[in-house]
Design a protein. Sequence first.
Length: 518
Amino acid sequence: MNRLNSLKDIEDLIEKNIEETLTLEYKRELGKKNEEIAKDISAFANTSGGVIIYGVGEEGRVPTSISWIEGKNTKETIENIILSSVQPIIKDVIINPISNPVNSSQAIFVVNIPESSDAPHMAKHSYYRRHNFQSIPMEDYEVKDAIFRKGLKKSLYFEISNNIELCKKSLNLIERIFRYRPEQRQHIVFIPFYTDAWDAITSTRRISFTTPPDRRAALVEQAKALYSELCPGAANSDWINRMDRINASTNPVNPVHPVQTAATSSTAPNSQKILDLVGARLSAAPEESDVVHDLLAHLAERMIEMNKEKNAEIKGFLRWLEGEIGAPVEDLANKTALREYYAHDFEGFFGALAKNKKKLKEGYDPTRREPKEKLQTEFSASVGKLAPLLKRIEATDGLIDRIVYKLYGLTEDEIKIVDGSTLRFKVSVTKSYWGYITTTKHLHIKGMESDAIATLKAPDFIRQSRIDRNVYLFYREIEYNNKNYHMCVVTNKNKGSVITAYITDRIKEGVQIWKKSK
C-alpha cells in the first residue's frame, strides 16, 4: 500500500471501498484504553506490519466515513503508549497526522507499523498477532518460534557485521604475506556458512491444514504417546489399533505409523522417534505440517502446566522457609542462592542461609541440630518433587527446539549457530603460552568431510600476527584433494577466545570480499 499522506488518500480509500486486510485496519476513535492500542500495534509488528488508521469508521470491514479525532497531543499519546506499554520497543513506527482543513484541533492519525525484526513484542502481559482482521493472542509455540528466529537473526547479524570486518583485516594481512609470491594466490575468498540458515529464517513457514481430521487426530495421538514415554505423566492411549483402522481406510501410501514391534519400538530414544515422526509428516505427500502444528501446541500446553507446577512448588517452599526463619528471603544476603535452592545441594543452600543468622527471627539458630534437620527434611522433599519436573521441562524445551528446526529445514551446522556454536571448527587457546593454538578439531566445511583434516597441534600454525587491538590471526597452509587452502583463526588475546574461523582458497564458491590483482 502506498503511504497515506493526505486527506485525499483517505477519501480515496472510502470512495473505493478498500476493505480491511491483514495489514490494514480502520478505527473510528483512539479509545480510552492504552492496553488496547498497545495490543493492536504490537500485533501488527509481530505479524507482517501494516497500517492502522484512527479516525475512519467502518462497517463490515469497509470504510464508511471520516470520524475526526479531537486533541492536539494525540500523536504524543500514541508514541508514549508504544514506549511504555510494548516490550521490547517497536522501532521505526511512523505516525502521520492528517489535519482537518476546517478545524486544526482535529485530525486523522495514520500509524505505519513495520514488520519487526525484534518480534515478538509483548503488550498487556501477552503476545498478539494478526488473524482474520483482528488481534489475537499468540500460541506459546508461536512465541517460541518467533524468539528462535529472532535469536538466529541476531547471531547471523553478528557474523555479518562484526566478523567479516575482522576477516577483511586478516585477509589483508595474508595479502601482505603473499606480496612477493603472487603466483601462489590470485583470489582470497571468505566462505560463509550461514546462507541457508539466513534463507530459512527470513521466510515465514506456512502450515498446510489439509490432513483429513481422523488421520490428523490419530497422528497427533501417536506423537503425544511418544512424548508421554519421553516425559512420563500422561497416560498412553490405544492409538496403534486406532491408526491401523485409519491406515486401512484412508491412506495406504503414507501410513500413520510403521509396523510396531517390541524390537522396533526400542531402537531409538523417544525424542528421536518424535523427530522421525515430524520428519515423516513434513516429507509426506501432501505435506502434513498441521500435525506438527498440533504437536507443538500440545507441547506448549505441557510447558505451561509444568512451569506452573514448578513455580507453585518453589513458592510453597519459600513461603514455608520465611515462616520458619521469620524473615523475608528478599531481605537476606545471597538471596539468589536461596530463591534458586533447587539448583544447589543442601550444604550450598544451608551455607547461604547460615550467613544470614543475624537477620533471622530472634532466638532462631539454623545451625542447631533440630532446625537444621527440619530444614533438610523440607529441602529434600521439595527438591525431590522438582528434580524430575525440571528434567521434563528441559527435555520438552529441547524437543520443541528440535521440532522447530525441522519445521524450518535447518541443517546440523545451522542448528549449531542457534545453539551458540557458530564456528566452523573449534579452537582452544592456552593463555599461559600465548602465541600458539594448542588444538583445533571438528572441521566443518561445505564440500569437505568433517574428518578430512586430522587434529592439528600448535606447531602446525604460524605464530600470531596482530590485526587489531588484542585481536590476532593464526593461519596455516593445508592441502585437501590436491588443492591448497589456508586455515585461519581470529582470536581475542585478552579473553583467550575465538572470534571467528574460516578457510580461504583460490576457487571456492562464497562471498568474495577481497581480490588481489597481479
